[in-house]
Each structure stands twice: as C-alpha cells, then as structure tokens.
Ligand binder design. Sequence first.
Ligand SMILES: C[S@@+](CC[C@H](N)C(=O)[O-])C[C@H]1O[C@@H](n2cnc3c(N)ncnc32)[C@H](O)[C@@H]1O
Length: 208
Amino acid sequence: MSVGIEHVEKVYNRYSRYYDLIFGKVFHSGREMAPLLLELQPQMKLLEVGVGTGLSLPMLPRTVNITGVDLSEKMLAQARKRLETEQLQRNVQLLKMDATHLQFPDNCFDRVLAAYFISVVPDPVLVISEMKRVCKPGGYLVFLNHFRNEHPVVGFFEKILSPMFYRLGFRTDLDVNQLMKDCDLEIETLEQIDFLGHWKAVRCINEK
Ligand SMILES: C[S@@+](CC[C@H](N)C(=O)[O-])C[C@H]1O[C@@H](n2cnc3c(N)ncnc32)[C@H](O)[C@@H]1O
C-alpha cells in the first residue's frame, strides 16, 4: 500500500469534527460487543490502539485502567472532551502515539483492543506485532473490523476498490484468516457484527 502514515494522520485530522456523526451509529453495535469479548476484570490494564474520538470508552467498565493512543491530535482532542463530559478522567489516559512504534514495555497490558483500526494503517502486520508485544502472554487481542467478504464476487470488488477506499481512510481488502496467519495468531472467536458479515469481531489469545 503506497499511502503513508502522514496521509492517514491528515485524513483523520480532517474527519475529527464530523467523525462521530458519520461513524458513531454505524459502528455502534460492534463497539457494544467489545466489553463482552474483552472479558475485563477490575484493575485490568487495557490498551486501545487508534482510540479516535473515544466512542468505545463510555462502554467500558470504569474499574479498568484504560490507555488510548492515536496518531491524530484532532481526534484525541474530541476524545478528551468526551472524557470530561462522561467523567472518565480517573480511569482513562490518552496519548498521541503511532501504533507501529508503541512506547510501552513488553507484556504490560492484559487486553488490547483495535476497533475499526487495523484497516486504516499502511502495515497492519507491524501494528499487530506491536499489539502482541505489549500484551501479556495469555492476554486477549480484540479486533473489530471490516474484513474482505468470503463471497468471491463481493470479495473481488472489495479487493479492486481497496486503493480508492484507502484514500478515504480505510482499505477493504484485508483477509482475516491470512492476516492472523501472517501475525502468527490463532483466531479464538470470530463473530459477524452486521447482518451481511462485512464487519467482524475477532478475539485472539496472545500465545507469544
Ligand atoms: C476509523 S478510526 C477508529 C476510531 C475508533 N477506534 C472508533 O471505534 O471509532 C481510526 C483511527 O486510527 C487512528 N490511526 C491511524 N493510524 C494510526 C497509527 N499508526 N497509530 C495510531 N493511531 C492511528 C486514526 O487517527 C483514527 O483516529
């Protein structure tokens, strides 16, 4: 994919003011699945990569220590406003950070969440390797994402249209099985989010 990280940052800086309006409701049902898949216990440490405007944060238990990172300062500014209005400052910290170079030591989170994120980065394998590195052995990695459809015709169009969609901020050609294989991860659970199965919720256990 020839589009670089600077392009991604620019696109999401631009989206930031309208993001909740466009992608709030559309992705709501997937975000609702996140707490169930994460199986969070009090005092656990959760990392959300590509936290964006923080739409998932109010759905997560307040007894968990949450760190959200994002490349776009303007998306984070919206997330900070949400922390204030929802009074989430006590258990959530937000940091500007590139998920391809996470500034955390190895094995320091119990859970790592990537919600509608993996298809916006130029190198998803590198990001997932970072997610694995910072997640404790036996911890959960949860992905909510668009993955290429199994139907050959739909999948074909998703593949050829992917470069065009990527200019808008996300790719449509990611094959979930191939991606997890490339990342040396086994899929533990895979559920459809929407009726047609374009979006999926995937949980993997970090075996290292
Ligand atoms: C489609 S939004 C998803 C936001 C949020 N997770 C949600 O559910 O609405 C993708 C987010 O990933 C961020 N992002 C893109 N590349 C990134 C990177 N390399 N490191 C950190 N964040 C990144 C974008 O700035 C954007 O906020």
